[in-house]
Design a protein around this ligand. Sequence first.
Ligand SMILES: [Zn+2]
Length: 444
Amino acid sequence: MTAYWCEHLLRIGDTVIDGALVEVAGERITSVSTVDAPPPGAVVLRGLTVPGLANAHSHAFHRALRGRTHGGHGSFWTWRDQMYGLVERLDPDTYYALARAVYGEMALAGITCVGEFHYLHHGPGGIPYDDPNAMGSALIAAAHDAGIRITLLDTCYLHGGIGVEPNEVQRRFSDLDVERWIGRVGDLRAGTTGSPHARLGVALHSVRAVDPHSIAVASMWAADRRWPFHAHVSEQPAENEACRAKYGVSPVGLFARHGAISRRFTAVHANHVDHDDIATLGAAHAVVCCCPTTERDLADGAAPTGRLERAGVRLTVGSDSHAVIDLFEEMRAVETHERLSTLARGNHRIASLLAAGTEAGHESLGWPDGGVIGPGQLADLVTLSLDSVRTAGGGASAATAVFAATAADVVHVVSSGRVIVRDGAHATMDVPAELGRTIGALYT
Ligand SMILES: [Zn+2]
């Protein structure tokens, strides 16, 4: 049993408790009570403690593009060519080392759970490794060794575009058909038994990479298992145009037509959705995962988050390409990007923005027992400094957490009952050194 005394605690919503004792046994919280002063033996957490953050959309290897792909002209599509160049340098060993460093960076940013949208499955030429799940297993091991939980969203990626064969790089993503993809994911499930930090979900890469038959089969298969089900949706206008030209409907319309849209469905991006798409997603109480720092880096556009939320959609956030790993920035950008398009402030409640990065994110990744500080929940505590140059003077409030704090203000992180960050440093890793070493090796 460990007791943490929090100077200020934001359990859920936007109500702060001044002086709270959180008792933890193993990986779970046993009690939360109001206690004015730290009792003997308690670990003292000075600052504002918030629930662990869930990064609902990650491609770990994209982190190696940071600082190398932001200048010059181009679009999502020219950036994608640079990303494909990186794929050629990854194998299970190099990907493990890179992902471990990236998940270490996430731990330092207060992220205790990551949804890894994983599609780099096979070796060069699309030839499976001896263990066909070697890459997915490397990611699960990397998350464990960095101290965070993972939902591996194993991604079905079959085609290079609508009606287009995969190119040389894309062959590494493809299982050739949906039945073989299901067989491989079934084996992966057996391999994760006994890894309490890991859960499985599945994803469809996008309407570009799957076909109606695959959507229908995968949807039914995921529904039978009640797994999280994610897909990139309407990230770019060109995706909508290609989908309408082939199928006569939008990407949301196509996914709905073949049974993909439900409460367990997360539409990643949803930047270019129309009135009907919003109504479809809202009626199903589906999730939309916003990735604002990536979407602005790639000139993608931004989701109409106010209209989506009013229709019944739940919002989450992800750092996606990892141009930035800072979920505080993602949470506030959901609101600030909406301000740019509506010319109005206050489109989202602060509690709703915080939930996007915590409770709703965990739920969309299949961890309904995370993202809230309460009895029976997973023991994730993220403490923010209130005396940094960014947060000083703002007070202990949800507004300070969402609108002033950054990842750099995270000083202490407990993940599933384990201390993984102390005084701003990772407990077991030299994260900057590992990032520098592993990314540097990919470019030599
Ligand atoms: Zn993505």
